[in-house]
Ligand binder design. Sequence first.
Ligand code: NIG
Ligand code: FE
Length: 421
Amino acid sequence: MENKTIDLLIHHIGLLVTMRGKAEPRTGRDMSEVGAIPMGAVAIRDGNIFAVGREGDVRAQIAGMTVKQEWDANGRLVTPGLIDPHTHLVHGGSREHELSLKLKGVPYLEILAQGGGILSTVRATRAATEQELFTKAKKSLDRMLLFGATTVEAKSGYGLSVEEELKQLRVVKKLDQCHPVDLVPTFMGAHAVPEEYRGRSAEYVELVIREMLPEVKRQGLAEFCDVFCEHGVFSVEESRSILTAAREWGFGLKLHADEIEPMGGAQLAGELGCISAEHLLAATDEGLSAMRRAGVVAVCLPATSFNLGLKTHARARTMIEMGVPVALSTDYNPGSSPTESLQLVMTLGCLNLGMTPEEVMTAMTINAAHAIGRADTIGSLEVGKQADLVIFDAPNLAYLPYHFGVNHVNAVIKKGRVVVS
Ligand code: NIG
Ligand code: FE
């Protein structure tokens, strides 16, 4: 009687945050609607949600079915598995030596212009074997999971040659195959101009377009293509030509846009219909309007602006009021954001971006799912969706960003399986 079985019933949930509702990316007041249910339960079958809602209703729906395993949440908070839609997960080395430069006031782009920053991580990544990269990235991915992430986007971009970019992307693929966290691979060969192409960025752009994109596609190693559109890195024109070529190859498009200088990156993301645009600290109202018209998700990265010591942050409030859907992410990378903790990002999202705990949760679940093209399967706790959820040792949503710097995860369930407890 296999069809009469519930694999896992999570009951005695103090507050169940479902994020049920609108299928589209959420913005404006919809970002405050988290579909919270007191005294909830979730019934899981074959890795998917079979029933979700008030405990009494769920029990009535599964009456007569065999429940293989029951899990008492003991009055805790349950949310959808967190989604990190922007990370530079796979890389060699670390850059703690940049802390002293930063403390002396040397700007991020200046460190890069001197051959440090991203380029020092490129040297470390090229020097590392595939196995070394795998071991290091796995450690970070384990940490992300412990902090509640169940799906993570991962970019290449520290190889900057055909072979080295493929090496990074193969690591993403292997990790995806053997780790409970699902990975979404993004090719970011245009993350910086490598040293051997210094002063010849047009030639490097040609290499990205003519060799890297077709080979990454041929090997099926990435779903999205991203470009670092920034002063001294890739211009708007270069970014447009790379992303236009990427679209022709069938990649979804992302853009690191207007992080430090207002370059018109947000406008470009709107013009090209990118699925998301990232950073956006310096995005203008015109740029944000272009994104709103095209339905581009703004992925804000408050841990990055915090760690760069910037005085300003992404204008999340303006975005939400204008009707741009906002997602949040760690931007985990060894330079501008060395943290795997989405829970730290919750606090920074509230205190530095002015978002409410409800908006933050929307930004890390359903909107983050939209930012990586996965909203049909994850990002909310609804019947038929994948059973990815987190049990937090917290009485309510506001408690998570409020009590900061610690890990509130009690358990994580991925595709119906308890993977952290
Ligand atoms: O998203 N801004 C560009 N890329 C990364 C930083 C990479 C690095 O510093 O290694 C980011 O912040
Ligand atoms: Fe980034």
